[in-house]
Design a protein around this ligand. Structure first.
Ligand SMILES: [Zn+2]
Length: 333
């Protein structure tokens, strides 16, 4: 079924509102949705009580003879389900290209299933993937995630860029735009100007608490401002249901509030672990995965405040703060 952009946006909005009351967290299902002719979002389902860690979204652009994928998802069975859905929607057109939004495992571990497609990403994404250590050669068996026979080898981008690149699928322009540092040092968004659709990667988390482990929160807020200034109607987030600028603004509010809360405690000389146990985010505490992100996001903000922030994760800082946080939480039980 071919939809006009207006029809697709109407459907997306109606689907989002179904089962959702003001201020509450919606539930959403796994589906490949046509947002405009030849432009599809693949959203993995979720909602309250369903952990979202490593459950990300992806996209497909269809051309006259080929498809381009936007991210490959993480778990092998997630990637295979995505590919099967894309092939059903766009039969007879193999993937010729895979664009990566960033290096996190839940967006790139499925890359091998898209080969021999050309893998494209930011140069930092390639660097970070080359530096990623794989603990075990095979995926562990897990229902709905992996059969246990799949290799864990990573396939980094072979084509890299630093600013932006435009591909054309037929006469549809597909812009890959660097908009970082934000969630990582190599965030790339995929923008379809004709249909005002933006695949934001993990620059956008809707109703799922943002994951700040590799982030620069203040610069991330700047990246959000740049999206706000773009001609965009529909945003496909890296995590959560489809949305638009309204949902992106809510996520910016989460980051702003978290930063202010962490800053007060940093200025008062409180350690990161203590601060994480003390921070309260009001209605954002209800966002999916919010409690699990407290330590990670506090540690990351502390590195920003003390000027020692690096693109890589602060593993030692995370370990120390987690230990302290867990000790406080267990003493409160
Ligand atoms: Zn990510």
């Amino acid at each position: 079924m071919k939809l006009t952009r207006r029809e697709a946006i109407g459907l997306a909005a109606a689907a989002m509102l179904k089962g959702q009351t003001a201020g509450s967290i919606p539930s959403w299902k796994t589906e490949l949705r046509e947002l405009a002719p030849d432009v599809f979002a693949y959203v993995q389902g979720g909602g309250p009580g369903i952990p979202n860690l490593s459950v990300s979204n992806a996209g497909v652009i269809a051309g006259p003879a080929h498809m381009m994928a936007i991210d490959s998802l993480g778990a092998p069975l997630h990637a295979k389900a995505f590919i099967a859905a894309a092939k059903r929607a766009v039969p007879g057109k193999p993937f010729d290209r895979l664009a990566l939004t960033h290096h996190h495992i839940d967006h790139i571990a499925g890359n091998r299933y898209f080969l021999p497609a050309e893998i494209v990403g930011h140069s930092y994404c390639r660097e970070a993937m080359l530096a990623t250590k794989i603990a075990t050669p095979l995926w562990e068996k897990r229902d709905g995630w992996a059969d246990g026979t799949e290799e864990r080898k990573l396939y980094p981008p072979v084509t890299t860029f630093n600013d932006m690149v435009t591909y054309r699928y037929g006469d549809l322009a597909v812009e890959l735009i660097f908009n970082g540092p934000a969630h990582t040092w190599g965030d790339v968004m995929v923008y379809i100007p004709r249909h005002k659709i933006l695949f934001a990667g993990d620059i956008a988390f809707f109703y799922v608490a943002p994951f700040c482990q590799n982030a620069h929160v203040t610069k991330w807020l700047g990246a959000i401002d740049r999206i706000m200034a773009m001609d965009v109607d529909v945003i496909v987030p890296g995590h959560g249901p489809l949305g638009g600028k309204k949902e992106l603004k809510e996520m910016a509010d989460y980051l702003r509030l978290f930063k202010a809360q962490a800053r007060q405690r940093f200025d008062a000389g409180m350690s990161a672990g203590k601060a994480a146990a003390d921070i309260s985010l009001g209605h954002f505490d209800e966002w999916i995965g919010a409690p699990e992100k407290l330590v990670m996001n506090t540690v990351r903000l502390y590195r920003e405040f003390d000027g020692t922030i690096q693109p890589d994760v602060d593993d030692a800082g995370m370990r120390a703060a987690t230990k302290e946080f867990n000790a406080i939480r267990s003493s409160q039980k």
